[in-house]
Design a binder for this molecule. Sequence first.
Ligand code: NA7
Length: 549
Amino acid sequence: MSDGHQVHTHLVGVEDAGVPHEVDAVVVGAGFAGVYALHRLRTLGLTVQVLEAGSDIGGTWYHNRYPGARCDIESLDYSYSFDDDLQQEWHWTERYAAQPELLRYIRHVADRYDLWRDIRLDSRVDAATFDEASSRWTVRTEHGEVFSARFCILATGVLSVAQVPDIAGLESFQGQWFHTGDWPHEGVDASGKRVGVIGTGSSATQLVPVVAEQAGHLTVFQRTANFVMPAQNHPMIEQVEREWKAEYPERRAKARVSGFGHNQLSNPKRAMEVSPEERRREFELRWQLGGLYMMRAFSDILVDPVANEECAEFVRGKIREIVADPEVAELLSPRGFHFGTKRLCSGTDYYETFNRENVTLVDVRTAPIERITPTGLRTTAAEYDLDVLIFATGFDAMTGSMLKIDIRGLDGRTLREKWAHGPRSYLGVAPAGFPNLFIVAGPGSPSVFSNMVNSIEQHVEWIAALIEHAALRGARRVEATEEAEQAWIDHVNEAAGRTLYVRSPNSWYFGANTPGKPRVFMPYVGGVGTYRHLADDVAAKDYEGFLIS
Ligand code: NA7
């Protein structure tokens, strides 16, 4: 592994400050999206500067280092497809790669395609302004570096702004506290300690079983029980890898036109058209396949409340089978929202962990957290002494990373003003009023409803093609129209309206976990294949809905 990137990570010297570096495109963020955007735009002959806030590339897989962190899409799917040599050469050691392996992979990609020299680390972007006279973006970092670029590409990630809830007394806590999305590099020694975890989403459900093994005692503070599928993770099976790699062209093609951008088996049948025995068999099969496969047990799981409840009850039955104490099993059983409408979790031994002597589940819905104390945490019902407190409390999802930047488009209007009532953009890619600005895999696109790497590749390639198209026409400005944007928003809402998501608005898909955020359903649920088709159709019609001048 080359460490060549360090050569390019210098903080700007005083002599650089304020003098714009001219490039064709600035890419903000060096996760999977930013790294590929750099590679792709470079192949067009563009000069590109990637600006990354973190001290390494990897985005999500750089920051989320908590024990147990791994992806919930099989790695043979959750990986770049743009170069067959890359996908043939790389060997994943597990069915679902853990965070360190994903980080190694993305660093390997940067090495392999000589990307480090155009990536600046420790360079958080805090402002981007469109200049109408030159049709260029001026992008500033927190250190005062200034870049002038024709195009600005936001590859800032959808789950990258960690949220610590505003609970009174945190500053008084004498133990150590951490957020899963900002985990210390040296790790956290929980051995023998009294550990508390707040939250029971994807991060917590991966972390809890691992920490339970080390901690003296672990207390899990649960506000909402989630559906947690067994990941059924295991070391990579040689034959699976061989077959998958032999079939890569077909498998990638299938993923691109599928609903969610991967190769998971979808059952086209409706749940209630089959017998109770067949339904149970199918749910059981999905439980054994593990991870997110349950979402595709029947075609109407996310549409028909009756089908959905059948699935939910099957999972609750599993919880009752696994968890020895019936009261704990009931507390762990999700109720009050439809299966899958809060992000489905995929973990290993999550429910089993609550059979351990050193693990306690505390319901903070009926007895909410009152405050953090110097020695631990107090709910309205009891006090808990803790040495370590872990916030697995999620992110300001989908828009947070963009709205942290002072982005100004036409007439000095900020993105924050434009998105005051929820994110708006054409195809989830281009906000009207912000020429030459593109968003990768953000709100209004399949994004978190898909295999992110697949959606990232689709977006980056589509954006690159649009930039190339503009360049061939000698254009300096590419801009979505308000009408096209509105029609797209209508379509996004109409697609969501056909599903059960809109009936369970208490999720980060709606921004419900972030105080003061507008409650708007953000991702596009029409399907990855449909989205690709619609985006390609726009391109085929000479980028209908864009003004290119
Ligand atoms: P999530 O899925 O947003 O989960 C956060 C959890 O933290 C969830 O259980 C919340 O309960 C809980 N939470 C948040 N604030 C509080 C307070 N104040 N008190 C008690 N409990 C709280 O974040 P993750 O990091 O697990 O996962 C994010 C995504 O990453 C995931 O969906 C995957 O796509 C990958 P709530 O449900 O709001 O009642």
